[in-house]
Design a protein around this ligand. Structure first.
Ligand SMILES: Nc1ncnc2c1ncn2[C@@H]1O[C@H](COP(=O)(O)OP(=O)(O)OP(=O)(O)O)[C@@H](O)[C@H]1O
Ligand SMILES: [Mg+2]
Length: 230
């Protein structure tokens, strides 16, 4: 039997109120099974990032429930939510969200520190993570001195810091050239083989083709949901 690690149940998200109200998600339901690799596709502005952030407990739904390992996230207080999230989920944001005044290495060390890893272990592990995304030689540069694709790879390394079971990635290959994209996809393939659950938003059909399941979002609704190769 497969186990559901994330359950999105009848979730709607409305930003703003009154005349400014914008519905980003309309009654979306989606189950993500342990160890699955899901691509989320769809046109710009149709709710993909909103869905990912709500799945990861970074944003709250206006209506509906989100369950992470069976725990309903909306019932948790903010400290409990932060702790649950830090343990279970690695997140790669569409805009990377690296801290600009920390080096690549320090950005990852900070995430390790949040996960309870002190300086010495954290340093070695952060270097190993940077090495795994091909950026060991850039460890001491701040994000402003890195290319978009390099920042993205630092963000991926940071998402892996606390060894999460679930990776939620918003356009993880969006700024990469084809060689870097191939490397990152190979890394994701290894993570998938290790049994991790991956949900990634992508506009790139070739990238989505590596996932086992493709969910299409349009107008804040699920328009399609199919297993690759079927
Ligand atoms: N914080 C916010 N406040 C108000 N509206 C928002 C906010 N975040 C998103 N929206 C709106 O919600 C809708 C969905 O946005 P979302 O970022 O989820 O789209 P997306 O599918 O990820 O698009 P893209 O492919 O361009 O990244 C858009 O119309 C957007 O303007
Ligand atoms: Mg988006």
């Amino acid at each position: 039997m497969s186990e559901t690690v994330i359950r999105v149940a009848n979730v709607s998200k409305v930003y703003g109120t009154g005349e400014a109200a914008a519905t980003a998600l309309s009654e979306i339901s989606l189950d993500v099974e342990r160890g699955s690799w899901v691509a989320v596709m769809g046109p710009s502005g149709h709710g993909k990032s909103t869905l990912l952030q709500i799945m990861g407990g970074l944003d709250r739904p206006t209506r509906g429930q989100v369950y992470l390992h069976g725990i309903e996230l909306t019932t948790l207080g903010s400290a409990q939510l932060a702790q649950t999230r830090a343990r279970a989920i690695g997140f790669v944001f569409q805009s990377f969200n690296l801290l600009p005044h920390l080096t690549a290495l320090e950005n990852i060390q900070l995430a390790l520190w949040f996960g309870g890893k002190g300086d010495e272990k954290g340093h070695a592990q952060a270097m190993a993570l940077l090495d795994s995304v091909g950026l060991a030689e850039k460890a001491h540069l701040c994000p402003g001195a890195l290319s978009g694709g390099q920042q993205q790879r630092v963000a991926v390394a940071r998402a892996l810091a606390n060894d999460p079971d679930i990776l939620l990635m918003d356009e993880p290959t969006g700024n990469l050239d084809s060689a870097a994209e191939a490397e990152l996809l190979a890394l994701l393939g290894r993570l998938h083989e290790q049994g991790r659950t991956i949900v990634m938003v992508t506009h790139n059909p070739a990238v989505a083709g590596r996932a086992r399941r493709v969910v299409r979002v349009r107008d804040g609704r699920i328009e399609g949901d199919r297993v690759n190769g079927s």
